[in-house]
Design a binder for this molecule. Structure first.
Ligand SMILES: [Zn+2]
Length: 314
């Protein structure tokens, strides 16, 4: 197992993480995000060392494809010796080739985590959703996987036992905890019951503290663009329902009812507004850059902290 050096902690990527959640709501719509209310179930991605390696990897990949609703996509999973933990080729499809580091042959329980990330690359590729720069797109990929119900596996793959540590993904454990907590607060779900790693549980608890602090900020200055839009939509729906009832019962009063004042401009909040900030959808994953040999955008982290090197073919 490659030693990835000390695991980074805290919230060094928090701005990009928040922009990623905003980007998801903006690109997918509030309603589509809310179709991901149920997470990937532990039993559906369980992978015992006695299971057949290739059949098991295909089964877990199919579960990710089903969860992300990529009906016509087929993942071909292989294993080879490589520096990075995994790699996916973002071609036209419908077949996508995913390579996993040979080390997963003997760490099968983490294959679900690696595939949660790699298959999310395909999902975002098909949405033409990426950020400028490889690093930010990788953060977007981890954040999207966690927010849409598969990325709890990535946090659970973070383990420390004194002599060694391992972590998958580009977010710190606390940042994964934060995204999972934001998801938990929206969907009323508690992923911590699925954790097998004590360190994952601790990181989730820390992330939840920050997520709850977000919630105590005045909603229109801290909610971010997506939050403001959701607030506006919820309020509009409530207003429509109230108007409808009034029209039935008291038509004159309904006609007199004025719209509520508008929300403050989006750019006053913490998140980027439409058309601003790091979000930029680029065609066919052009924002995913092929790194040259020896070129590292994460000098602080080696193999395990760098789950993949996404490649664009053609
Ligand atoms: Zn990646």
């Amino acid at each position: 197992m490659a030693n990835g050096g000390p695991v980074e902690h805290g919230y060094p990527h928090l701005d990009t993480v928040r922009a990623s959640v905003t980007a998801l709501y903006k690109r997918l719509s509030y309603d589509t995000v809310h179709t991901f209310a149920t997470s990937v179930a532990p039993a559906d991605v369980a992978f015992a060392d006695a299971d057949d390696l290739h059949l098991g990897a295909q089964r877990v990949a199919r579960e990710m494809v089903r969860h992300y609703r990529l009906p016509d996509a087929r993942m071909i999973v292989g294993f080879r010796e490589m520096t990075h933990a995994a790699n996916v080729e973002l071609a036209a499809g419908p077949e996508y080739f995913i390579e996993l580091n040979d080390r997963f042959r003997t760490h099968r329980r983490d294959i679900g985590a690696a595939l949660a990330h790699e298959v999310m690359h395909v999902y975002l590729h098909r949405l033409d959703l990426s950020f400028p720069g490889t690093r930010d797109t990788e953060i977007l990929t981890d954040t999207a996987a966690a927010y849409l119900g598969a990325g709890w596996l990535l946090l659970d793959a973070y383990r420390e036992d004194g002599a060694s540590s391992q972590k998958l993904g580009y977010l710190t454990p606390e940042e994964f905890g934060y995204v999972l907590a934001k998801r938990a607060l929206v969907f009323g779900e508690d992923p911590s019951v699925w954790f097998t790693s004590p360190q994952a549980y601790t990181a989730y608890a820390k992330g939840m503290e920050l997520a709850l602090r977000d919630g105590r900020q005045p909603p229109l200055t801290a909610a971010g663009w997506a939050g403001r839009r959701r607030y506006a939509r919820d309020r509009r729906h409530a207003q429509d329902r109230r108007l409808l009832r009034l029209r039935v019962r008291r038509p004159r009063a309904a006609a007199r009812l004025l719209p509520l004042p508008d929300l403050p401009p989006a750019h006053q909040g913490a998140g980027p507004g439409p058309g601003t900030g790091p979000l930029r959808a680029v065609p066919n994953g052009a924002g995913v850059r092929h790194l040259g040999p020896g070129e590292a955008e994460h000098p602080e982290s080696l193999c395990l902290a760098r789950p993949c090197r996404a490649r664009v073919e053609g």
